[in-house]
Ligand binder design. Sequence first.
Ligand SMILES: C[S@@+](CC[C@H](N)C(=O)[O-])C[C@H]1O[C@@H](n2cnc3c(N)ncnc32)[C@H](O)[C@@H]1O
Length: 224
Amino acid sequence: MGTLLPAVRTGKPAYHEAFGRGFWEDLEAHPDIAARFDELMGVPGHGVPDWQIIINPADWESVRTVVDVGGGTGALLAEILRARPAVCGTLVDQPQTVARSPEVFEAAGVTHRVTTVGQSFFDTLPHGGDVYVLKNVLDDWPDSEATAILKRCAEAARPNGRVVVFTGAGPGEDASPGLLMLVLVGGKERTFDEFRALADEAGLIVSAVGQQKSGRVLVECRPV
Ligand SMILES: C[S@@+](CC[C@H](N)C(=O)[O-])C[C@H]1O[C@@H](n2cnc3c(N)ncnc32)[C@H](O)[C@@H]1O
């Protein structure tokens, strides 16, 4: 509790203050906890993800490759590939996390259409994809890092490709205070306007806004 107030004042994660290293570094150092975190992010904890990530369903006809950036162990990508047999996918996440993905893709029967890449999303991303997905990723990071991740996606997307971001709030909606994100990782939920400012900085322009059946807000962006 003693670290909450400084976190709110400075925007720096209380987790680091309390445990002496960052949340993601801690997961890397504790594979057993990291495995439980991945599991929580995957199917058992959060239900089957909704594969419908393209706002205008007719646009799927032109999509051949989806890159899920920070995609965990692949639960969303597996559902997308199961629903769209003509699509191939690339999963990008930390090496120890992608190493836990094969059983997810095998269970979905899509292994032959998947490439897994264990790397940081702050480094150059696999190039030339039609769609780059960021689900529950940007909220984990302060503005400078969130912009860097968006920039990597903008640079990697093929001309006329798109970056699809799950955001906390649509136009005119309030963002939730996101205290957990602040305390754990120094991140935050953003309003639509705050997100649009980051996208702009990263060389992306918002081209469409929509919602999944659950109400999750999706924002499609295109490289400028
Ligand atoms: C909140 S989870 C979201 C996972 C997945 N997109 C979902 O919605 O279930 C954030 C993900 O970012 C990954 N991550 C954190 N830092 C990363 C980095 N530097 N490079 C690549 N992935 C990273 C974590 O391993 C984790 O899988």
